[in-house]
Design a protein around this ligand. Structure first.
Ligand SMILES: Nc1ncnc2c1ncn2[C@@H]1O[C@H](COP(=O)(O)OP(=O)(O)O)[C@@H](O)[C@H]1O
Ligand SMILES: [Mg+2]
Length: 166
């Protein structure tokens, strides 16, 4: 199972659009995919036409990472093909859990949850919120996404981009 997060400190820069583009590519490739919506605005959940009227969401999962809660928080998306495209639905309640000074256990809670789902998905895509202007610095949701992603490009690993025409 590969875990990939789409993160930026800024809002409105296309994180959810990229996450949904990757989900679309994964669907076309036939990968069993889970999108985890860590953004309290729940745009990935609504973009994937997944209902967030569940009795549990990613917020309850992070509060109590138990398999029963995880099952309740995951729904099928409205995107259909031969492979699975599921969503761990977002919730405005996750805002209350996005700790500006997360503990190690806060950061690794989602890893615990994904370990339970290891055999069910080929790919997990995590959509993250932007940084709060009230409390700057990477919050728990960002640190969680960074810690879990095997494919996180950084400015150190990306090749420099040459200016056009040179
Ligand atoms: N490559 C792009 N070019 C133009 N508009 C874009 C692009 N990517 C996203 N947008 C638009 O920008 C807005 C914010 O995108 P969104 O993915 O919701 O950002 P974020 O998740 O970072 O807040 C949306 O209206 C989206 O349609
Ligand atoms: Mg977004």
């Amino acid at each position: 199972m590969h875990v990939l997060s789409v993160s930026s400190l800024k809002g409105g820069v296309g994180k959810t659009t990229v996450a949904l583009g990757l989900a679309s590519a994964a669907l076309n490739k036939g990968l069993n995919t889970l999108v985890v919506d860590l953004d309290p605005q729940c745009d990935a959940t609504s973009g994937l036409a997944a209902s967030n009227n569940q009795s549990a969401s990613v917020a309850e999962v992070l509060q109590a990472p138990k398999i029963q809660t995880v099952r309740k928080a995951i729904v099928s998306s409205g995107w259909h093909k031969s492979s699975k495209m599921d969503v761990m639905v977002g919730s405005p309640r996750s805002l209350l859990l996005d700790n500006p000074a997360p503990s190690v256990s806060d950061v690794w809670k989602l890893e615990e949850v994904l370990a339970m789902l290891e055999s069910e998905y080929d790919l997990v895509i995590i959509d993250t919120p932007h940084l709060s202007t009230l409390s700057p610095g990477p919050h728990g949701s960002h640190q969680t996404a960074y810690s879990l992603s095997q494919n996180l490009p950084s400015t150190q690993s990306l090749p420099p981009i040459e200016p056009a025409g040179q």
